[in-house]
Design a protein around this ligand. Sequence first.
Ligand code: CP
Ligand code: NVA
Length: 331
Amino acid sequence: MAVNLKGKSFLTLMDFEPKEIRYLLDLAHDLKQYKRTGTIHQVLKGKTIVLLFEKTSTRTRCAFEVAAMEEGAGVTFLDSKSSQMGKKESMEDTAKVLGRFFDGIEYRGYDQAVVEQLAKHSGVPVWNGLTDVDHPTQILADLLTIEEHIKKPLEEVKVVFSGDIRNNMSYAWMYGCAKMGMHYVAYGPDELAAQLDQEILKKVQEVAAETGATIEISSNPESLKGADVVYADVWASMGEEAEIPERVKLLTPFKVTTELMESTENPACLFMHCLPAFHDFETTMAKEQMALGYDIREVTDEVFKSKNSVVFDEAENRMHTIKAVLVATIG
Ligand code: CP
Ligand code: NVA
């Protein structure tokens, strides 16, 4: 049966069949090509979308805005400071109001239950722009980037995520790899592995059994061998800044260095990162933390700037993949 995602929300990849994810990736490849060739598409003409941000963003906000504008849609941005959302008006009421105005709603915030609530009460598609436990649009961009750089099927690709294996990106990768039949290793300290949600792991393993994926949690450096991708993310996600001292202690051995990249024994192994990244001291946060004695760099500048690093291709692909999600769901 043909894939039809019209009217469907994009809350987590766990809600999608592998062929639906395949469809979104193929659409993103096509839309990227249209942009390259200057082909006018504009299938969202006359539509309006709203972007709700309770956490900060550069890429996700810009990707939604540019994707929508290039397809002809109007965009409104709201954050918690400049709107009634959450403080003076419940998410349920906010959803009911916004559903009357807009054709779709993007939400970035803390609790996954909020995107679910927005989807339940708004009556329009809701897109997850990151929560504490997921970041599905980032995975679409990452899969597109992998397909552009690694000339083998996704089912043969091994991704090793090194660092805070209990964060939103690590869970999002588990979902993406399980659905697409890939090999995922969450490589991090046992102390953080112990914090992983066992119910979620069980569900992920059930999907993996169906698709032929391998999902591993490991603190053993041997698990880096044969990786096609080493993936990093910040050690303390937005809202977790108080955890920095503990995380630096736990995660320094998992910092992505040239030595770590070499231990994959794959000279073509890609370095990927959702960004923003701490790879030098050119940010106020990295400087402030270093002054307190904490080196929060999750990757060395050498790896970040190496020829195997495709981090800015990933950033660009946020736009093409988010455009695919918009076109597929409200186009
Ligand atoms: N990768 C990502 O989501 O970036 P932003 O936080 O800048 O949106
Ligand atoms: N884990 C990071 C991802 C940022 C895109 C965070 O939530 O801050």
